[in-house]
Design a protein around this ligand. Structure first.
Ligand SMILES: Nc1ncnc2c1ncn2[C@@H]1O[C@H](COP(=O)(O)OP(=O)(O)OP(=O)(O)O)[C@@H](O)[C@H]1O
Ligand SMILES: Nc1ncnc2c1ncn2[C@@H]1O[C@H](COP(=O)(O)OP(=O)(O)OP(=O)(O)O)[C@@H](O)[C@H]1O
Ligand SMILES: [Mg+2]
Ligand SMILES: [Mg+2]
Lengths: 256, 256
């Protein structure tokens, strides 16, 4: 029974894509059947998994417009149980085109419904905004994983994000809940990092994952090789952290 | 004769706000009359300059809807020749509300027109997207300053940004040009940083500023004190880099 998780935070550059790709890959390494949905027109999750976007006739854009099926658009990756639905800049057009269509907030939810039985985890990467694309992901999701960079500006936008989640719960998806808050790019040596981490823990309590992702250059390098970090350098601190996060997510699920 | 510059890149977290605040402050330290316009609903530039957003009746939202004037909404800062027009989450509503209004792409340009004579530089911070808010800033601007983080994903989105700039030039603002490309968060020790910097220089040639902004924790700390870095720690590498950038921008302008 697939768990559907949106990875979302409208603050830019906080590690949404890095978390989607590397948590997805780590869950697949633990033999979970995982589908990553790239729902950001930048298409970073697609290229981070080695997909050449210029070669794809079908992307998530065609999927939400009903022009293709999941089977045709979900691409294999180097990990046997990991598939990815790619995105490219055409998706930016959907933000405008969907406005006039019926059930515009439910397009992604409807498109993914046939896949729920085939996967253990469906992870959706979202753009740094609270527009119609992110709302579609929040409607399709059962829960939201919120990466928070250990920087000052990262705390500022949280109330806006929580407001949006609350609005989606009230009007569009009453079952939506907070999966967890993930501290990213944590640098033990910096007082700023420790301060922001402390404040996030005070604000979110036990919703903050015990796993903290350190700032680690291999997480920045692995996308340039088109591979998740566990395939690029499995011994690195970045890879170890995301494997730990995967086992924390799995232990939460087994406990439910 | 105010120079109107939009600071823009739809990739998130690349240093748009940090550049707007600190280049603006450094130009003001060189006795230029500077207006910073926060055009991102996150309102990071406002809080980075010590503005308490919850206390403001008037923000840039009211300005573009014609409900207030520049004089009432441009707030003083600790630097005598620096003012800021604040933003808050209400601005996110404008993205939807503007769609049905006439001349929706020209709202910011029209609102700022009365200020052009009073300032030497008008810098606009933009959100990490290519929607109507960013388009408004590109229409109001004479040029675009593009911060690029020295990371792999940062290069991916450039062609989308250049496409958008080209579309704005063709249809809405023929005079728009590229002010320059600024390399940010550069870490000399990392091969990744050096590689991305090399590629950006190949791609953009002499449009890349000679000044490169290093990764420096004071740039992350100063917003938590509500002050630009030159007032928080003027000796820091971050402050020195933005002062250098300001003199490079000024020397370009004097040469014209
Ligand atoms: N823990 C980390 N250590 C070092 N670098 C990281 C880490 N996490 C992410 N990065 C790098 O930081 C940059 C921002 O991360 P990423 O692109 O995943 O954020 P995002 O939230 O998806 O950004 P956007 O808002 O543009 O979608 C990327 O270049 C990425 O490679
Ligand atoms: N040169 C630097 N060295 C260290 N930290 C930096 C540097 N430049 C920016 N930062 C920090 O990195 C984070 C991202 O920078 P910033 O918020 O300015 O980017 P942005 O492009 O405006 O993000 P968004 O896309 O969300 O608007 C911030 O927490 C900022 O304090
Ligand atoms: Mg991303
Ligand atoms: Mg910003």
């Amino acid at each position: 029974m697939g768990r559907i998780i949106a990875v979302s935070n409208q603050k830019g550059g906080v590690g949404k894509t890095t978390t989607t790709v590397n948590l997805g890959a780590s869950l697949a390494a633990a033999e979970q059947r995982v589908l990553i949905v790239d729902f950001d027109p930048q298409g970073n999750a697609s290229s981070g998994l080695g997909i050449d976007k210029s070669l794809q006739d079908n992307t998530v854009y065609e999927l939400i417009l009903g022009q293709t099926t999941i089977q045709r658009v979900a691409l294999a990756t180097e990990l046997p149980t990991l598939r990815v639905i790619p995105a490219d800049p055409r998706l930016a057009g959907a933000e405008v085109e969907l406005v006039d269509l019926g059930e515009r907030e439910y397009r992604l939810a409807k498109a993914l419904a046939p896949a729920v039985e085939d996967y253990d985890y469906i992870l959706m990467d979202t753009p740094p905004s609270l527009g119609l694309l992110t709302v579609n992901a929040l409607v399709a999701a059962q829960s939201v994983l919120v990466p928070i960079q250990c920087e000052y500006y990262a705390l500022e936008g949280l109330s806006q994000l929580l407001n949006t989640i609350h609005l989606v719960q009230q009007r569009l998806n009453p079952d939506l809940r907070l999966e967890g808050v993930l501290l990213t790019m944590f640098d033990q040596r910096l007082r700023l990092s420790r301060q922001v981490a402390e404040e996030a823990k005070e604000y979110f309590g036990d919703k903050v994952y015990k796993t903290v992702i350190p700032r680690n250059v291999t997480l920045g390098e692995s996308p340039s090789f088109g591979r998740p970090v566990i395939l690029h350098d499995a011994q690195s601190r970045g890879a170890v952290a995301y494997l730990e996060l995967a086992s924390e997510v799995l232990s939460h699920d087994q406990a439910r």
